[in-house]
Design a protein around this ligand. Structure first.
Ligand code: NAD
Length: 479
């Protein structure tokens, strides 16, 4: 039986990658394309045995990789980035076929960013230095020691982007990795294993295991040899992972969901505000950072809504491989049912769909804007993870801040205002890991990234990533 499947003309190995070898499982699961429902591949369905084998491989490879000089680790990471760039077109088409996000974004934004993830953390590693300091004539010298095998668990909405945002700093830090991609988008992680091997990453330094959630996940996160767990995904899974990691006191980094606000003040450039709002439909609304709650100052709400509906109507929805498409499909039938359930319950509770509010043919959902929503309602409080926005109005800054902060999340917030002083005042009062003022989604890997409250635990990016993936050591030397 062959374990290579052709996906959009690209050969993808459907087995795990453990200790530098392809490993099959007795069972498989079916990977389906959200674009047209095609069954793409039968993927190895790992469980506790595969989890144990992958952690053992990562543990065995750890001393060698940790002892590899920084410059050599950085060289290998750059070679992986070269490989990503060489196979950019393959990665882009496979990712689009697998998760339904736009091909043009994968080609021009996401996959170049994947390569950049490796280059950035390779270069950052070489600049990582703490200044020595003195205590009563003794010197303090702080070093970042590699921590050990890491388990990295990632979601389907930006599969390779989010995986490499963890893999790159972990490898740069000198750690070894077991990556578990989401079962709805398992393919590009397998291609990454090929690319890393070709780039000369030693066997066992990066392992990729496939499987269904807890079936393999519990064995990974409860393993005593795992030194770090970094997870991006939903709050319920985060709770379970944290509980599973507790026995071994394994440090956990959590990047979770959001219900972020976009605050539009009357002094804003209204066209810019509308552009920012419509941008929240990107990736069919499957973006953790999406500002799904539009909070608009009452005096401009009517005009804002009119312009918003006009602009939203001009979005092209359809096949994500088509250059003209703005919004592709949602990932899975189950996700569509969930999205529609949120919308129908909101409407039953009195919300009004100004635009959208229904499913389209195939796996598509009409971009939706709901008004007349109560602050304590499910649609305002819970993450939908689809192209569904709500609009509420406010009369002054205090009310805007109160509404903005009144959910259990704290991932991001976006402000549209023409008044700098107001932007400063409001920003200071917002609970959010990232605040964008008159812009959205501008991200620098140097910046700390993460959320407050139920949006996450910890920060990644730049030195913050190394703080997480390393054991910090202070050496005090007598004069
Ligand atoms: P999910 O929690 O269902 O799954 C995420 C991953 O966890 C998958 O790989 C899954 O197989 C795995 N998993 C499930 N149960 C597990 C267990 N018990 N042990 C170990 N692993 C387990 O999330 P999802 O539906 O794939 O992703 C959507 C969520 O991710 C949304 O809430 C979204 O906001 C969030 N997200 C957050 C960020 C961020 O950076 N903050 C980025 C993207 C997505």
């Amino acid at each position: 039986m062959t374990h290579k499947t052709l996906v959009a003309g690209v050969a993808v190995d459907t087995r795990h990658w453990i200790g530098g070898e392809r490993v099959a499982s007795a069972d498989t699961f079916t990977d389906v394309s959200p674009v047209d429902g095609t069954e793409l591949a039968e993927i190895a369905r790992g469980g506790p045995a595969e989890a144990a084998a992958a952690v053992a491989a990562a543990k065995a490879a750890f001393p060698g990789w940790a002892a590899t000089p920084r410059a050599e680790r950085a060289r290998v990471l750059h070679a992986i980035a070269d490989g990503v760039e060489k196979r950019l077109e393959d990665l882009a088409i496979v990712e689009t076929t697998d998760n339904g996000a736009l091909l043009r974004s994968h080609r021009r934004g996401v996959m170049p960013r994947v390569a950049h993830n490796f280059r950035f953390f390779a270069d950052w590693l070489l600049t990582l230095e703490h200044e020595d300091f003195e205590t009563r004539g003794h010197t303090n010298h702080v070093t970042w020691d590699p921590a050990g095998p890491c388990v990295l668990i990632t979601p389907w909405n930006a599969p390779l982007m989010l995986a490499t945002w963890k893999v790159a700093p972990a490898l740069a830090a000198g750690d070894t990795v077991v990556l578990k991609p989401a079962e709805w988008s398992p393919l590009t992680a397998s291609l990454l294993a090929d690319i890393a091997a070709e780039a000369g990453l030693p066997a066992g330094v990066l392992n990729v295991v496939q499987g269904l959630g807890a079936e393999i996940g519990d064995a990974l996160t409860s393993h005593p040899d795992v030194r770090r767990i970094s997870f991006t995904g939903s709050v319920p899974t985060a709770r379970r992972i944290t509980a599973s990691a507790a026995d071994n006191l394994t440090p956990v980094s959590l990047e979770l969901g959001g219900k972020s606000p976009l605050l539009v003040f009357a002094d804003a450039d209204l066209d810019l505000a509308v552009d920012l709002a419509v941008e929240q439909y990107d990736n069919a609304g499957q973006v953790c950072l999406a500002a799904t709650r539009l909070l608009v100052e009452e005096t401009v709400a009517e005009e804002f809504t009119r312009r918003f509906v006009d602009k939203a109507a001009r979005l092209t929805q359809g096949d994500p491989r088509d250059e003209a498409t703005d919004i592709g499909p949602n990932i899975h039938e189950r996700q569509l049912e969930k999205i529609d359930g949120f919308v129908q319950r909101a409407v039953a509770a009195g919300a009004r769909a100004v635009t959208g509010g229904f499913r389209l043919d195939g796996q598509y959902y009409a971009p939706t804007l709901l008004t007349d929503v109560a602050q304590d309602s499910e649609i305002v409080q819970e993450e939908v993870f689809g192209p569904v926005l709500t609009l509420q109005t406010f009369t002054d800054e205090d009310e805007a801040v109160r509404l903005a902060n009144d959910t259990r999340f704290g991932l991001a917030a976006t402000l549209a205002t023409g008044d700098r002083a107001r932007a400063d005042r409001v920003t200071e009062r917002l609970v959010a890991g990232t605040v964008w003022v008159n812009c959205f989604f501008v991200r620098d890997l140097k910046a700390p990234f993460g959320g407050s409250r139920h949006s996450g635990v910890g920060r990644e990016g730049g030195t913050w990533s190394f703080d997480f993936y390393c054991d910090l050591k202070n050496t005090v030397t007598a004069p």
